[in-house]
Design a protein around this ligand. Structure first.
Ligand SMILES: Cc1cc2nc3c(=O)[nH]c(=O)nc-3n(C[C@H](O)[C@H](O)[C@H](O)COP(=O)(O)OP(=O)(O)OC[C@H]3O[C@@H](n4cnc5c(N)ncnc54)[C@H](O)[C@@H]3O)c2cc1C
Length: 375
């Protein structure tokens, strides 16, 4: 078989590049994935109880990029959906990111009122104050609040999720956690938010239905080397695996999802509830809230953080630490030397956590470079 492009990985990165190269450059593409489905980690499917589930954890689409929104809107209509997350603190369910409603859910009304006034006085209304800034600058009651939120909402969740305490992660991770001086309970404030109306798998199948795209599932690309001919390759798998781990392994955190179908319409109030303190799991997910499916029963999943072992589970979260970035930069230098033959992109090849919109944006930018022959 002769193709122009061999593309490894049918997640958002590989699918976007396949679609663009096939439809805009009339290129012949062979898209390969070792899993038995398209969609990468964003894949959804109906389980045996007829509920549409997200196999690799809830995926909510949100973006500020009109370019990404318009691009994907060619392949799907959207169901309006604003994601909400609750966290259990001291036995109470409070909205996160921590906001003014969280104050009232936790504290006696007069104290909550006092904290609200202080927050607005010091920072203004509608502002997101990073928790580190609040900890460093606050005094008196606001200092109490900063320590409370840091410890009860953030610190213990981080320990469970990463098995590291926040000091062992890049400061940038903690710096992103805000206290939001607002009554807005939405988890994201992006301009565009929604769920693909018929699910992610349908969106992907529409992206990939171009006649120039051949799709091969259940296949590790290494099985094909030698038997197919291609001009160039785009690789969206783990970059350390591509180079046979010659500079060491890049560590990840993984997750286990224990699914359970329950004979009631809804199990919980919102799509995600976090449990930073109690139990071994970090969250309970209920995708019916996201998908809007109507059914008399529901499926939930308990999320258990795991260490990553390539033989046992999937790599989910790159671990944001300086020493890991150094290893990655060695692989990047290797990648640079073969860039006329192989291009690397996506969350595993770039060793970087991307939201779906960032993965699509990265792919669209790379496509532009390829099309303008800059790369
Ligand atoms: C638990 C979790 C929840 C998330 N929730 C959200 C969310 O709510 N909103 C959001 O915007 N983003 C979310 N994301 C991020 C989202 O999953 C990523 O942005 C997206 O998956 C990136 O797409 P990708 O194509 O780069 O990688 P992937 O989707 O991981 O695709 C890579 C593909 O490459 C294949 N592959 C790897 N090696 C080989 C090989 N040797 N041969 C053949 N195929 C191979 C893999 O099987 C995989 O299918 C979440 C991520 C996780 C882990």
């Amino acid at each position: 078989m002769n193709v122009d492009w061999l593309i490894v990985g049918a997640g958002f990165t590989g699918a976007t590049l396949s679609e663009r190269l096939a439809s805009q450059c009339n290129a012949k593409v062979l898209l390969v994935d070792k899993r038995d489905h398209i969609g990468g980690n964003s894949y959804d499917c109906y389980n045996e109880d007829g509920i549409l589930i997200h196999k690799y954890g809830s995926h909510t689409f949100h973006t500020n990029s009109q370019m990404v929104w318009n691009y994907l809107s060619q392949f799907t209509e959207w169901r309006t959906y604003f994601h909400q997350v609750l966290t259990v603190v001291d036995g109470k369910k409070i909205p996160v990111p921590f906001n003014l409603n969280s104050l009232y859910a936790l504290f006696p009304p007069r104290y909550a009122e006092k904290l609200e006034e202080l927050l607005i006085q010091h920072f203004g209304f509608g502002v997101k104050v990073p928790i580190l800034k609040l900890r460093e600058t606050a005094s008196g009651d606001l200092s109490f609040l900063a320590e409370y939120v840091y410890k009860k909402v953030y610190y213990e969740y981080t320990l469970k999720h990463w098995q590291l305490n926040p000091q062992e992660l890049d400061r940038s991770v903690t710096a992103r956690v805000p206290v939001y001086i607002s009554r807005d309970n939405r988890y994201f404030q992006d301009t565009y938010q929604g769920m693909p109306k018929h699910g992610y798998a349908v969106l992907f199948s529409r992206m990939l239905r171009h006649p120039n795209i051949k799709l091969l599932l259940n296949t590790d690309y290494r099985e094909l080397l030698g038997s197919i001919r291609f001009k160039r390759m785009i690789y969206t798998g783990p970059i350390d695996e591509f180079f046979q781990y010659k500079h060491g392994t890049l560590p990840y955190r993984s997750l286990r999802f224990d699914f359970e179908t329950i004979n009631q319409e809804y199990y919980q109030e919102v799509g995600t509830i976090n449990y930073p303190h109690e139990y071994d799991f970090t969250r309970i997910l209920e995708q019916k809230h996201l998908t809007g499916q109507k059914a008399s029963h529901t499926t939930i999943s308990h999320v258990f953080p795991q260490s990553y072992d390539p033989k046992v589970n999937d790599p989910y979260y790159p671990i944001p630490r300086e020493d890991n970035r150094k290893i990655y930069s060695l692989y990047l230098q290797e990648a640079d030397q073969i860039k006329d033959k192989v291009l690397f992109a996506g969350r595993l090849a770039d060793y970087k956590y991307y939201n779906m919109d960032q993965a699509v944006a990265r792919a669209l930018t790379l496509f532009k470079e390829i099309a303008s022959k800059n790369i």
